[in-house]
Design a protein around this ligand. Structure first.
Ligand code: FEO
Ligand code: CA
Ligand code: CA
Length: 573
């Protein structure tokens, strides 16, 4: 294994000390420990049920298959296509809580449904008819559910806002690629829907962003298909990835000329207004097409919004989008701040500086390759390579801390052979977290960066972990780290809290066999933390029956946890 151990890493620890100082701590002695809970010991992390710190408790809500309307069809395994269209989807991932009451204790939870493998979702390893494909399509997308707190527990409340958005829902496209030939098929289908909904974001005007990640997995070819450079870069292959939608639904058949551009209709950030169930989801093409992990939105001092985004694949890039004008002005004039602006891609220099490179036609390297801005955005990955963006170790979630530092998880990259300063491990088996601070209050094209942590440095410790994926930095300086991948001593995926001032790390929760821990959102009072258990046991009831009690038979279901400190304190503390 190779590792970069040059000044960059030293810079990282110096920057950590600097950050420590800027948090207003006069002396080390007066610093208040941000993490006060007793962590879950490493040895406890192999249970069939989640294990949480003794200072915390949790209960479950919103399992896969819950009827969206209180009197809707109950969960029956495996679900029918009709039932699944009006039930909570599978593959719970990123989510946001939108308060709708003054005390913040009644609200809408918007949840992404990223993926569901056939055996878990359908009860068979391969679908044999279109009806099963519809079930699978209806299990993807997004659920919105109204919930409220009663005593110390959460439950569903009204249903006026409840809705399901899935792979066959009517959607709109907006921004520079909308109406472009690259999105047109011979068969016009406004029910393009959304799928592979990974991480998420929240706009300052109260809408939800759901991000389409591994859309390529749902495509395959029944006949011959030549990917070409543009589609090969997005991983589209004749074979597909086992979902087999293409065998029964022509829309996902890459060899069907009627749907030639269907793959271009996925890989976008999609905006949903949770407060208006009649509104159409909108694919915001100005944010570029790639395997979007998430979208962390921040408002700069002048009112423009900046959205940070990772493209989760080995050697892909980190991007940001800056709106053309202050968001309130744009919205007042009937324009969307997500439709007009500049998409940038990140270059990390070895010396700890960095540059945001605009992906526009004014760059002669791009105008030589692409016909127009729409084409640049549709093939943003290729544009990023042309301008010399830095290939990263699978950029997953981004989060903007209150002090302006932007954190990004780089989950792992077993294929890396040559380390560089920003990706210092080769191969990178356990991942790291990078952070940067942009010039000009997030608007500038230069930044300073360092590495916040390298998972290998902690892997063998009692608070060890690998493959950081979900990430949220809270207003006090804690980083919530959620994992998806190999963990030390074979423990299940986990949620850890890191103090970004001191680097201290403590394990708050471990999941169930074969699950991913993902999705992180809190109530405004930060007394409740919602987290998701994704694909428990990969559907195998011999491994876990979560959230049902252990009986060895009940099929496990993706589910949300509502977590609280037993003393009612701030979550993470
Ligand atoms: Fe959907 Fe990159 O995790
Ligand atoms: Ca993820
Ligand atoms: Ca993941």
């Amino acid at each position: 294994m190779q590792r970069v151990s040059r000044r960059t890493l030293l810079k990282g620890s110096l920057a950590m000390a600097a950050a420590f100082a800027t948090h207003g701590c006069a002396t080390i002695q007066s610093y208040k420990d941000l993490i006060g809970f007793r962590p879950v010991p490493l040895g406890a992390g192999r249970s069939k049920m989640p294990v949480i710190s003794p200072d915390y408790e949790f209960h479950t809500l919103i399992p896969w298959g819950l009827p969206i309307a209180p009197d809707g069809p109950r969960f029956n395994y495996p679900p029918t296509a009709a039932d699944q269209a009006v039930q909570v989807g599978i593959g719970h991932d990123g989510m946001t809580y939108f308060p709708i009451s003054e005390d913040g204790l009644r609200g809408l939870l918007a949840i992404n449904h990223e993926f569901g493998r056939n055996p878990h979702l359908l009860g068979v390893s391969a679908p044999t008819n279109l009806d099963q494909i519809r079930t699978s399509q209806h299990a993807h997308g997004v659920s919105v559910l109204e919930i409220e707190k009663s005593g110390t527990r959460w439950q569903r409340s009204g249903s006026r806002f409840n809705r399901r958005i899935h792979a066959n829902t009517r959607v709109m496209f907006s921004g520079p690629v909308a109406g472009h030939a690259l999105l047109e098929n011979k068969v016009d289908n406004p029910f393009a829907g959304t799928l592979a909904n990974c991480s998420n974001g929240r706009t300052p005007w109260g809408t939800y962003l759901t991000c389409e990640e591994n859309f390529n997995l749902y495509f395959g070819a029944t006949g011959s298909f030549e990917a070409g450079e543009s589609q090969a870069r997005y991983g589209l292959t004749e074979r597909g990835a086992g979902y087999d939608w293409h065998r029964f639904d022509a829309r996902f058949d890459l060899s069907n000329p009627d749907y030639r551009n269907e793959p271009n209709r996925f890989g976008w950030v999609v905006e949903i207004d949770p407060a208006d169930p009649a509104s159409l989801p909108v694919k915001r093409t100005a944010l570029g097409r790639f395997k979007h992990e998430g979208a962390a939105v921040v408002t700069s001092g002048d009112g423009r919004i900046v959205t940070y985004m990772g493209d989760d694949q080995g050697f892909e890039f980190i991007y940001k989008f800056v709106s053309a004008d202050p968001w309130q002005t744009m919205r007042d004039r009937g324009r969307s701040p997500l439709d007009e602006g500049i998409l940038y891609v990140a270059h990390f220099a070895e010396n700890g500086s960095g540059e945001w490179i605009p992906l526009t036609m004014s760059d002669p390297r791009l105008s030589a390759r692409f016909a127009d801005q729409a084409e640049i955005l549709t093939y943003a990955r290729i544009a990023g390579s042309i301008v010399g963006a830095t290939p990263m170790d699978r950029p997953e979630w981004t989060s903007v801390a209150p002090d302006g530092w932007v954190y990004c998880t780089l989950t792992n990259n077993s294929r890396r052979q040559m380390p560089d300063a920003a990706n210092p491990m080769a191969p990178n088996r356990n991942g790291h977290i990078i952070r940067w601070q942009d010039s000009d209050d997030h608007l500038g094209t230069s930044f300073q960066w360092n590495i916040f942590l390298i998972a290998d440095d902690h892997y063998e410790s009692d608070q060890g972990f690998g493959s950081p994926d979900g990430l949220w930095t809270d207003p006090d300086g804690r980083a919530f780290i959620l994992t998806d991948g190999r963990q030390p001593q074979g423990i299940h995926n986990q949620l850890l809290i890191a103090d970004t001032n001191t680097g201290k790390i403590a394990r708050l929760l471990t999941g169930v066999p074969k699950c991913e821990i993902t999705g992180v959102t809190t109530t405004p009072d930060r007394r409740t933390l919602f987290v998701n258990i994704q694909h428990p046991g990969y559907g195998d009831p011999r491994l876990t029956n979560f959230p049902a009690p252990t009986d060895g038979e009940t099929v496990p279901r993706d589910c949300t946890l509502a977590i609280r400190r037993k003393d009612g304190g701030i979550v993470g503390s």
